[in-house]
Design a protein around this ligand. Structure first.
Ligand SMILES: [Zn+2]
Ligand SMILES: [Zn+2]
Length: 223
């Protein structure tokens, strides 16, 4: 089972994405936020509609640059809004949280890092472990603090301490994130692999190949 994950579309489609979906068999597409650039909300429906033509399922979360109502738009487009939700998919369990910790730009989808931490820990603590082995994937827009995934120019880390705490406590197998466009990277927190694919317009994406609940690979690819 193959998952293709990308982030930070900012209302810019990328033809390479559609070519990739045409040439490769993907089961699930995950969009990790900033689907629009502060709108228009109609873009969500048309973009997800185009992706669904490739016979894939789509799961998405809002980013801090998405306006209110994006979760509803994702659902109306026949995809699943994973914000503050836990969903089983094949041999995986997906845990989602959209938006970001505070930025200097006062964007619509921000919450305080304390709030983000509280919400995320509440969500994760509500999960009852399955007896069967599952690959646990934490899907966030905000990258965890002090990793390669949250590094901006000048060597400053601007990620979420709440996401970091959630990873340290719950130790998911994988965290896919976005938000920091220039921080396309792979990193590790303990045994949790952290992947930020950068902006979709720069052709980065993440490919997760699930063999079963115990065996999987994850990597950043160029579309
Ligand atoms: Zn963005
Ligand atoms: Zn963002």
């Amino acid at each position: 089972m193959k998952f293709l994950i990308f982030s930070d579309v900012h209302s810019n489609e990328n033809e390479k994405l559609f070519s990739y979906l045409d040439e490769n068999i993907i089961d699930l597409v995950i969009i990790t936020g900033d689907i629009t650039n502060f709108g228009p909300i109609e873009f969500v429906n048309s973009f997800i509609g185009k992706i669904l033509e490739y016979d894939v399922d789509v799961v998405a979360i809002p980013g801090n640059c998405d306006p209110e109502g994006v979760c509803e738009a994702i659902t109306e487009a026949s995809a699943l809004c994973l914000h503050n939700q836990i969903v089983g998919y094949g041999d995986t369990v997906l845990f989602g949280y959209g938006g970001s910790n505070e930025t200097p730009f006062d964007t619509p989808g921000e919450v305080t890092d304390e709030q983000l931490e509280e919400d995320l820990l509440t969500l994760l603590s509500g999960y009852e472990c399955s007896d069967e082995p599952k690959v646990n994937i934490l899907v966030t827009h905000a990258p965890p603090f002090e990793t390669n995934a949250d590094l901006i120019e000048g060597g400053v880390h601007v990620g979420s301490k709440g996401v970091l705490k959630a990873i340290q406590e719950f130790k998911p197998d994988i965290n896919v994130c976005g938000h920091i466009h220039e921080a396309k990277s792979v990193d590790l927190i303990g045994e949790t692999k952290i992947l930020n694919p950068g902006m979709l317009e720069n052709d980065g994406a993440i490919l997760i190949d699930i063999e079963d609940g115990n065996h999987f690979t994850s990597e950043i690819i160029q579309l």
